[in-house]
Design a protein around this ligand. Structure first.
Ligand SMILES: [Zn+2]
Length: 200
């Protein structure tokens, strides 16, 4: 069963099919039936994703598959996988967008994700039509998210407070254990990672 929450198609139809009942038409009543999702022909994207799952043996999770598709140089990617044709074919799509597309493919039943500790991705009967038959796949348009946007470090930044434990209970000001400077300038309008020590 795909993730119900990620579903972009009729929920009632989805639930009934889960219980082996078929609803010919969409119910036109659930939240998804009442939302207009912009869709596009995502066949090529789907083929790349499914092929990555197939080529790597249906034994990896989303993160690995996406790194593989994007041609990551990481040592985590198996050497033998770096020789596969699918390796790096999805480099033009950001990580976040790949996550969205995978969730969509899972919700539509083109892929399935195992429950539990190892949520590996595997093919389904529907995958075959896409990989072999070239059946078209519609995907929901996602916001193209900017990968280059700077990621903020976890709070508090270990760069600013190298010796400070990150194990806070509540919102404890990270001032007390500063060795060099005893005060910080901190401004409510700036992100905490920009707060500066005041040494005087
Ligand atoms: Zn519906």
């Amino acid at each position: 069963m795909g993730k119900f929450g990620d579903l972009k198609t009729c929920r009632r139809k989805f639930l009934l099919s889960y219980f082996s009942e078929d609803l010919a038409e969409n119910c036109l009543n659930c939240d998804n039936c009442n939302t207009t999702f912009e869709r596009f022909d995502g066949t090529i994207i789907a083929q790349k994703a499914l092929s990555a799952v197939y080529r790597t043996g249906q034994r990896f999770g989303l993160t690995y598959l996406i790194d593989f598709l994007r041609g990551s140089q990481s040592e985590k990617i198996w050497d033998e996988h770096k020789n596969l044709k699918t390796y790096g074919v999805g480099a033009d799509i950001s990580k976040n967008n790949w996550f969205d597309y995978f969730k969509d493919l899972i919700a539509q039943g083109y892929l399935k994700q195992a429950d539990g500790q190892y949520p590996i991705i595997a093919l389904t009967e529907k995958s075959d039509e896409v990989l072999r038959g070239g059946a078209g796949v519609e995907l929901v348009k996602v916001k193209i998210r900017d990968e280059k946007r700077r990621r903020l470090p976890p709070w508090p930044s270990t760069r600013i407070f190298p010796n400070y434990s990150t194990n806070f209970g509540a919102f404890e000001p990270p001032l007390l254990k500063m060795k060099m400077c005893r005060r910080m300038s901190y401004s409510p309008t700036r992100h905490w990672s920009k707060w500066q020590p005041i040494c005087r």
